[in-house]
Design a protein. Structure first.
Ligand code: SIN
Length: 486
C-alpha cells in the first residue's frame, strides 16, 4: 500500500498516548478481502492490555473533563482537519482492509470527519436549565456533566465513521474513550489514533485496543466499574449479550444494531428516481450496512415496470477491486458473509424465488465478490423476508394496498431504517407515521448525515448518534436544589 503519509500505517494498539505491543507479544493478521493477501500483523491485546487502557482513560478523565469546552473543541477541530488533510491515505487504508470502493471510502472519511467537526461545535452548547422553583426560598438549576469513561465497540462495515460518530460526542462532552475496533478492520482505527496523537489529545483521552478476541475485550469493558457507558454498533445478537453484561455495573448503553429495512414504491412514485434510490439504498458497501434496503415492495400496478428498470440498473454496476476506478460492487468482508448470502438465495430458490440477475459468486469459488442480485416471486416464508441479508441481494415483493404493505413492512423485530417513494402527500404523512422505524427516507435512498439523529427502535437498539441529540447519551443531568434563599 503506497501512502503519502506512511505514519498512518501503524500496527500497534494505542494506550495512554503511546503505540504499544500487547503484554503477551501476540499479533493477528489483517487480510485484504479482495485478494486474500495479508496486509499486516496487528497487536493482539488481551484482558490485561484492556485493563491498562481503561486505567489510562480513567486517569485522563480527571484532566479532560476540566478542560473548557473551547479547549476541547480546538483539539477536536485539529483532529477533524488532519482527517481531511489525510483523506486520500485514510480512504486507501479503508478500502484495502474493508474492500469497499475507493469512492465510498472517501465518502466515509468525509462523513466520519464531519462528526468530529459537528461535535467540536456542539461542545460549546452543553447547556443546563434554570427551572421555576416549587417553594419561595428555593431555586432549581440543572447542569450537564460527562458520564465518564466510554467503551466504544465498533464494526467493520464503517471502520472509520462508526468510531468518530461515537468518539466525537463523547470527547466533546468531556468523556474519555477506550475503542475496540473490529478485528477485521483495525488499521483505520489505528490511523485515526495516529491523527488524534498529532491533534494534541492528552495521553489516555483516546485509547485503541486492537484484538482478535472481541469476546474477552467486551467482557472486560462491560465488567469494569470504571467504564460508565458502552456504545456498540453491530449485530442484534452481540448487542443483547453486551446489554446483559452491563447489568451488574448498571452502565449506560447505546446500541445501534441490525435492520430489516423495507423500501416501498407506491404506484404514484417517480419510477426512475425510485430505481436510483433503491440501488443506492441496497448496494452501498455491497449491501453491508445496517440501513441497506432489505425488502423491496413495489405496488402491483407498477411492479413489472419497476422490476425491469431496477434489474437493468443493477446489472450496470461495475464489479471488482475497490481500488479500481469505477468499481461499485467490491468484495464482501469474509467467507462466512458470502456463505450466508448463498444460503439465503438458495432458500429463496427452493421456495420458488426467481433470480433475474446475479445469484452467484463473481468468478472462482475463492472470491468474496457476490454478484448484485435481484429476486422475484418472493414471499414472506423466505429468509430474504425475515432475516437481515447484509449482502447485495434485493428481493422485490408485490403488494396491492397501503394497509397491506404497512403490515408487511412492520412485520419484523427490527426497526432501524425504512424508505418509501410516492407523491400523494396525505399518504406520505400516513405512511411515515405508521412505519415502526427510527428513520424514514421519503423519496430518497440516502438518509445518513451528521446533522440528523441516527438510530433505531425495537431490536435495532436505542440511543441516537449524530445531530444535537447525539451528545445526550454521553451526558448526565445533575439537578441542584438551592434552599434558604430568604
Ligand atoms: C451502519 O451501517 O451501521 C451505518 C450506516 C450509515 O451510517 O450510513
Amino acid at each position: 500500500m503506497h501512502l503519502t503519509n506512511s505514519d498512518l500505517l501503524k500496527t500497534q494498539a494505542y494506550v495512554n498516548g503511546t503505540f504499544t505491543e500487547a503484554k503477551s507479544g501476540a499479533t493477528f493478521d489483517v487480510i485484504n478481502p479482495y485478494n486474500g493477501e495479508q496486509i499486516s500483523k496487528v497487536t493482539d491485546c488481551g484482558a490485561a492490555d484492556t485493563e491498562s487502557a481503561i486505567q489510562a482513560a480513567s486517569a485522563a478523565f480527571k484532566v479532560w473533563r476540566n478542560y473548557t469546552a473551547g479547549k476541547r473543541a480546538r483539539i477536536l477541530k485539529n483532529w477533524y482537519k488532519l482527517q481531511i488533510e489525510n483523506l486520500e491515505d485514510l480512504a486507501l487504508i479503508l478500502s484495502t482492509e474493508q474492500g469497499k470502493p475507493l469512492a465510498e471510502s472517501k465518502g466515509e472519511i468525509k462523513y466520519g470527519a464531519s462528526f468530529v467537526e459537528w461535535f467540536a461545535e456542539e461542545a460549546r452548547r452543553i447547556y443546563g436549565d434554570t427551572i421555576p422553583g416549587h417553594a419561595a426560598d428555593k431555586r432549581i438549576v440543572t447542569i450537564k456533566q460527562p458520564v465518564g469513561v466510554v467503551g466504544a465497540i465498533t464494526p467493520w462495515n464503517f471502520p472509520s465513521a462508526m468510531i468518530t460518530r461515537k468518539v466525537a460526542p463523547a470527547l466533546a462532552a468531556g468523556c474519555t474513550v477506550v475503542i475496540k475496533p473490529s478485528e477485521l478492520t483495525p488499521l483505520s482505527a489505528i490511523a485515526l489514533a495516529e491523527l488524534a496523537h498529532q491533534a494534541g489529545f492528552p495521553p489516555g483521552v483516546i485509547n485503541v485496543v486492537t484484538s482478535s478476541d472481541a469476546k474477552t475485550i467486551g467482557a472486560v469493558m462491560t465488567a469494569s466499574p470504571l467504564i460508565r457507558k458502552i456504545s456498540f454498533t453491530g449485530s442484534t445478537r452481540v448487542g443483547k449479550i453486551l446489554m446483559k453484561q452491563c447489568v451488574d455495573t448498571v452502565k449506560k448503553v447505546s446500541l445501534e444494531l441490525g435492520g430489516n429495512a423495507p423500501f416501498i414504491v407506491f404506484d404514484d412514485a417517480d419510477l426512475d428516481k425510485a430505481v436510483a434510490g433503491a440501488v443506492a439504498a441496497k448496494y452501498r458497501n455491497a449491501g453491508q450496512t445496517c440501513i441497506c434496503a432489505n425488502r423491496i415492495f413495489a405496488q402491483a400496478d407498477i411492479y413489472e415496470a419497476f422490476v425491469e428498470k431496477f434489474t437493468k440498473a443493477v446489472k450496470e454496476q461495475k464489479i471488482g477491486s475497490g481500488l479500481e476506478a469505477g468499481t461499485v460492487i467490491g468484495p464482501m468482508i469474509e467467507e462466512k458473509a458470502v456463505q450466508f448470502v448463498e444460503a439465503v438465495v438458495a432458500d429463496a430458490k427452493e421456495k420458488g424465488g426467481q433470480v433475474l440477475t446475479g445469484g452467484r459468486r463473481h468468478g472462482d469459488s475463492a472470491t468474496l465478490i457476490y454478484e448484485p442480485t435481484v429476486l422475484t416471486e418472493v414471499n414472506r416464508e423466505m429468509d430474504v423476508y425475515k432475516k437481515e441479508i447484509f449482502g447485495p441481494i434485493a428481493p422485490v415483493f408485490k403488494f396491492e394496498t397501503e394497509a397491506e404493505v404497512i403490515e408487511m413492512a412492520n412485520d419484523t423485530n427490527y426497526g432501524l431504517a425504512s424508505y418509501f417513494y410516492g407523491r400523494d402527500y396525505a399518504r406520505i404523512w400516513r405512511v411515515a407515521e405508521a412505519l415502526e422505524y427510527g428513520m424514514v427516507g421519503i423519496n430518497t435512498g440516502m438518509i445518513s448525515t451528521t446533522v440528523a439523529p441516527f438510530g433505531g427502535i425495537k431490536e435495532s437498539g436505542f440511543g441516537r448518534e449524530g445531530s444535537k441529540y447525539g451528545m445526550d447519551d454521553y451526558l448526565e443531568i445533575k439537578y441542584m436544589c438551592w434552599g434558604g434563599i430568604e
